[in-house]
Design a protein around this ligand. Structure first.
Ligand code: UGA
Length: 435
């Protein structure tokens, strides 16, 4: 494999992971960002993103002279062979992806890209973006390639270095092959295709995952009605290799910075071509229903009304192992509880307390027992490992009520029962406290 001169534009979690991992594969990588302060920090090896292994990889890359950080994109691309665009594509009006940043970066680098350089979109972009980008760049000698990422927050470095597959799409075959070659050392199956198909893979995969979760959450609700146990049901389903054991865990609904944005965007794309997609619509509406259903469980635990009740919350991030609150189902359940008049005391090991997204009326405390103190009910919303090993006798002493609502089926009901607490999960029979 030949080491390539790569520029990565944008040092968010996708960009920084891409840059640091490509440097670890032996390439020479320059990461550029508009934020001078961030560039200075990264150049010193200081990484603020909460991603296991990322800071170490950044420092190794810098020490080996293979990774550097610069301000601004135009100066950075001058001798690049491959330029990765890893800039945000937020949800714009009506759910469509907003490509303003992608287009503005393209405008900045258009005239300075070297001949035969390849521009790669790594951000999740609507089908057709590569084509639009090529028109925007208006450079016959520069090819555009779509190379979607499939990284999960909290395991991005691991996912990058151990991919299930590499997807590379371009209408210029040679450019797609050059980008695929960057990953040769990883030995992953590689799908070489056209640009539109590569862009579609990303949406199709994320929307499928969201649909899988909405389906599981609906089956869990049905299990409650029929007296079946979702944990056994999903285990039994998952042994079928066509289904698989992963992504079958019911919860308060799916969230984060990707699945909600991508489901909304694909629906928009479908609407734009008059394609009716009731399956995807139902995936999204079931997810909203799931949050309400969790609120109903807490209301029931409080005896029928939430007004004036003090509720303890364990977890607010959209999943464990991250400090990310974007589109967090836990946060949405918290907001709904607050709207119903509950007083909320929350603990989350990933948060500092100064996050602007935290709803008014919610107090963040730095220990889980404080969150339980004086609460009429305790609600687990994010599956942090530390919550499994709490001293449940201490928790029981702190609570005024007796019920723990476990929206992730994360706790051991038997341990709670022995501590004198009743457990309410999702899709499972409630467990009543030993008296
Ligand atoms: C997701 C995809 O999993 C990645 O493959 C993709 O690259 C990424 O989006 C992206 O587009 O960038 P991520 O947003 O990090 O990754 O989060 P996931 O681990 O997929 O979790 C999404 C949501 O589903 C979370 O709220 C999580 O708690 C929930 N979830 C996940 C469940 O409720 N049950 C499960 O069994 C799994």
């Amino acid at each position: 494999m030949f080491a390539r001169r790569i520029v990565v534009i944008g040092t968010g979690y996708v960009g920084l992971t891409t840059g640091a991992c490509l440097a670890s594969l032996g390439h020479r990588v320059v990461c550029s960002d508009v934020n001078a302060e961030k560039v200075a920090e990264l150049s010193r090896g200081e990484v603020r993103i909460h991603e296991p292994g990322l800071a170490e990889l950044v420092r190794e890359g810098i020490a080996a002279g293979r990774l550097e950080f610069v301000v601004g994109s135009a100066g950075a691309v001058a001798d690049a062979e491959v330029v990765f665009l890893c800039v945000p594509t937020p949800m714009g009006s009506g759910g469509a992806a907003d490509l303003a940043v992608v287009e503005s970066v393209a405008g900045e680098v258009r005239d300075v890209l070297p001949t035969r350089c390849v521009v790669v979109t790594k951000s999740t972009v609507p089908v057709g973006t590569s084509k639009r980008l090529a028109e925007h760049l208006d450079r016959e000698d520069v090819a555009v390639v779509s190379n979607p990422e499939f990284l999960r927050e909290g395991s991005a470095v691991h996912d990058f270095l151990n991919p299930d597959r590499i997807v590379v799409g371009s209408d210029t075959q040679d450019a797609a092959e050059r980008v695929a070659a960057l990953y040769a050392r990883l030995g992953a199956p590689t799908v070489l295709t056209d640009a539109a198909s590569a862009e579609m893979v990303k949406y199709a995969a994320n929307c499928f995952l969201a649909t899988k979760l909405s389906y599981v959450n609906a089956i869990a609700e049905l299990c409650e009605q029929l007296g079946a146990d979702i944990t056994d049901v999903t285990e039994g389903m998952g042994y079928d290799r066509r289904i698989g054991q992963s992504f079958l865990q019911p919860g308060p609904g799916w969230g984060g910075s990707c699945l909600p944005k991508d489901t909304a965007a694909l629906l928009q794309v479908a609407e734009a071509v008059d394609f009716e997609f009731p399956l995807l619509q139902a995936t999204i509406s079931s997810n909203a229903h799931q949050r309400q259903r969790m609120v109903g469980k807490v209301r029931e635990a409080c005896g029928g009304s939430l007004a004036g009740e003090r509720i303890g919350l364990l977890g607010l991030t959209f999943k464990a192992g991250t400090d990310d609150l974007r589109d967090s189902p836990a946060l949405e359940v918290a907001r709904l509880l607050a709207d119903n008049g509950a007083e909320l005391i929350a603990h989350d090991p990933g948060l500092r307390g100064d996050e602007p997204e935290l709803p008014a009326g919610l107090t963040l405390v730095d220990d889980p027992y404080q969150a339980a103190k004086g609460a009429a009910a305790l609600v687990l919303l994010t599956e942090w490992q530390a919550f499994r090993t709490l001293d449940w006798t201490l928790v029981a002493e702190a609570l005024t009520g007796r019920i723990v609502v476990d929206t992730r089926n994360h706790l051991d009901p038997d341990v709670l029962r022995r501590a004198g607490l009743s457990w309410r999960g999702v899709g499972r029979t409630p467990v009543t406290a030993l008296t």
